[in-house]
Design a protein around this ligand. Structure first.
Ligand SMILES: [Zn+2]
Length: 211
């Protein structure tokens, strides 16, 4: 906690300790030997599994930093995305797995948003998008939104982004045949809109984690 106070300030730590899920996340992060680092330049948050490090932007708002920590804890500890294995992992299979990992991270952060609201900690409006999707439509609504949301790194959709990751990790002779998307859920009229650029869709593809 001392280190976190030094990195992100007393307000951050005070707010964090009022969210039981974040306190548990912090414990789990420490037990897994994962570090938390500040990252500058623009507001961003991501995980590099290869470096066992979660990066949280120093330029982000307090509520963003808290929600991003929850999101990254999911990627770093609870449900890390494993790179595809040449000759073993199918392209679509890999994309679907990544999308499920992403859904898990958004569901986890929704829990923290709930706790922040209960503790009367201000939550930035743009951070409520995923929370509200989850409250209204559950995991399925989150999955639909993730399918169409752009990655802030490439501007591509999540499936495109993960597809590129697969192509980079698995050279052509070892790729398994592609199949069509297994879900048509996003063609429904109730499909939530793609999230704005302010959503934290940052992915470190080398480290295999995604915000
Ligand atoms: Zn993510």
């Amino acid at each position: 906690m001392k280190k976190l106070r030094r990195q992100f300030g007393a307000k951050f730590v005070s707010a964090l300790t009022r969210c039981p899920t974040l306190v548990a996340d912090l414990q789990a992060i420490a037990e897994a030997g994962i570090k938390i680092r500040r990252v500058g330049r623009w507001c961003q948050a991501f995980t590099e599994l290869s470096k066992k490090t979660i990066y949280i932007g120093s330029k982000c708002s307090l509520s963003y930093q808290l929600v991003a920590l929850a999101h990254e804890a999911s990627h770093a500890v609870y449900r890390p995305t494993i790179s595809p294995l040449p000759g073993e992992t199918g392209r679509q299979e890999f994309i679907e797995r990544c999308l499920e990992d992403e859904v898990e991270a958004f569901v986890h952060e929704a829990q923290v948003v709930e706790e922040m609201r209960r503790a009367r900690i201000y939550v930035g409006k743009h951070l409520l998008n995923w929370y509200e999707r989850y409250k209204k439509g559950g995991r399925e609504a989150v999955l639909c939104a993730v399918r169409s949301a752009p990655s802030s790194i490439t501007g591509d959709s999540y499936p495109e982004h993960y597809g590129e990751w697969y192509d980079a990790a698995v050279k052509a002779p070892f790729r398994l045949p592609m199949c069509s998307s297994s879900s048509g859920c996003c063609s429904r009229s109730a499909t939530p809109k793609a999230n704005s650029q302010t959503d934290r869709t940052v992915c470190n593809r080398l480290g295999t984690s995604f915000l």
